[in-house]
Design a protein around this ligand. Structure first.
Ligand code: FAD
Length: 412
């Protein structure tokens, strides 16, 4: 195809797909978003809503690998591997083990640095362009029990600083609400933000729609190909969608349609659970409990609790035992919660890659692009991904920040 694309079809209405749609519109594209279920049906709705560039890092690292191996023998632990051994899962676990080394983690940090650096700026662009979502800047507090070490976080922050981010934090003694007296030290991290992800997604979808974009729900893409008229998306019902360009943004479902596009990176679901509870004292800002790997985020007059990494089939049924385990793990650490009033139970699949890097860019099929695989950090990095990929598609010039995320890369 020659010239600037005019019509673009985006497959998947999560934070990444909708961000791509919005930034494509900035360049004048006519956009249609196809979603097999409803907006936010994947990982983008019930997550913790942290926008924390300072904490963006590849998931694969030696400590997590050790924890993963240990947790296979420990029921109820925050990391687990369940379900059938599918080809994607086996390839993911093998690749994850190979990538969980210090040198690869460093390389991953260097690749993610420029993306993280521009992450919050892309949220400002959305706000300035009329996306009516509330984005809050508050102090994040990370609570450590007596035996736990702050060094891992400080190490990560040093890398974030080295890549150009301003990271400001201090460490104090614990003993402040909502932490129980088991939390001995608190790290206060400044300059980061959070959103209510569902409300944010609604506002983004609304903005795409108001600017003339079409969001078609309950339509599942079946295959993506290239014909005489350019790229086309076939669906399980209705006529094919022809376009000048296509973006595949199907989160943990990426392998389904991605393989035939040459995307061999095994994107695996790392399922997380959330719910809301009420605290006696309203939460002033987000809280993280690293021992339990659980987040607490202000959520209206309640608090969203989120956690767990379940390497499992992305469509497996909700498992209430996982949510119970999350709540059990934080009970000794949080005071003043009503543990009986648990609402909005949710599960969603983080799209994980073995090297901890997303897949963003062109595929082997002309005019067809991929955006996904952001793992733990798809909300933080969704808008900047949309911004950079839209520029690459619409201006035809490669964004150097995206080079390490080549969807056609061969994993070592
Ligand atoms: C418990 C939990 C907490 C998290 N907390 C944070 C956080 O605090 N900060 C942060 O930055 N990130 C967080 N994340 C990660 C973040 O939620 C994800 O990285 C992000 O939502 C991925 O967005 P996505 O658009 O790529 O995928 P998704 O949101 O999963 O969207 C993909 C969409 O594609 C659709 N789809 C799939 N196949 C098809 C098809 N064939 N045709 C049409 N549509 C299709 C799906 O229905 C889905 O709606 C968290 C995740 C979890 C689970």
């Amino acid at each position: 195809m020659k010239g600037q694309p005019r019509r673009v079809v985006v497959v998947g209405a999560g934070v990444v797909g909708l961000s791509c749609a919005w930034f494509l519109q900035e360049h004048g594209a006519e956009v249609t978003v196809l979603e097999r279920s409803e907006v936010g049906a994947g990982a983008s709705w019930g997550n913790a809503g942290y926008l924390v560039p300072a904490m963006v890092s590849p998931l694969a690292e030696p400590a997590l690998l050790r924890e993963g191996v240990r947790s296979l023998l420990t029921p109820g632990s925050p990391v687990s591997v369940t379900g059938r051994p599918s080809a994607v899962k086996v390839a993911f676990l093998a690749g994850f083990a190979r990538n969980a080394t210090v040198s690869r983690w460093r390389r991953g940090m260097a690749a993610l640095g420029p993306l993280a650096m521009e992450g919050l700026g892309a949220f400002d662009e959305l706000a300035n362009g009329g996306v009516a979502a509330e984005v809050h800047e508050r102090t994040f507090r990370i609570g450590f029990t007596a035996g736990q070490d702050t060094a891992g976080f400080e190490h990560e922050f040093a890398h974030a600083r080295a890549s150009g981010q301003e990271v400001s934090y201090r460490i104090s003694a614990g003993y402040e609400a909502p932490f129980s007296d088991q939390v001995a030290r608190v790290l206060h991290l400044e300059g980061q933000r959070f959103v209510a992800p569902g409300a944010f997604l609604d506002a983004l979808a609304e903005a795409v729609h108001e600017r003339g974009g079409e969001i078609v729900t309950d339509v599942q893409a079946r295959s993506i190909g290239f014909g005489p008229g350019g790229p086309r998306v076939d669906t399980w019902a209705g006529p094919p969608h022809r376009a000048d360009a296509v973006v595949l943004a199907t989160g943990a479902w990426l392998p389904e349609l991605g393989r035939r596009l040459g995307v061999r990176v095994p994107v695996q679901a790392g399922r997380g659970y959330s719910c809301s509870i009420r605290l006696a004292e309203p939460l002033t800002g987000p809280v993280y409990l690293p021992g339990a790997r659980v987040t607490l985020t202000p959520y209206g007059d309640r608090v969203r609790v989120a956690g767990t990494m379940e390497i499992a089939d992305r469509d497996a049924p909700f498992d209430g035992r996982r949510l119970d385990a999350i709540l059990r793990s934080i009970r000794p650490l949080i005071d003043g919660a009503d543990w009986e009033d648990v609402r909005e139970p949710w599960v969603g699949p983080r799209p994980l890659t073995p090297d901890g890097l997303p897949v963003i860019g062109a595929t082997k099929v002309a005019g067809v692009h991929v955006a996904g695989g952001h793992g733990m950090w798809g909300v933080t990095l969704g808008p900047v991904t949309g911004k950079l990929l839209a520029r690459q598609i619409m201006c035809g010039t490669g964004a150097s920040e995206l080079t390490p995320f080549d969807p056609l890369r061969r994993l070592r």
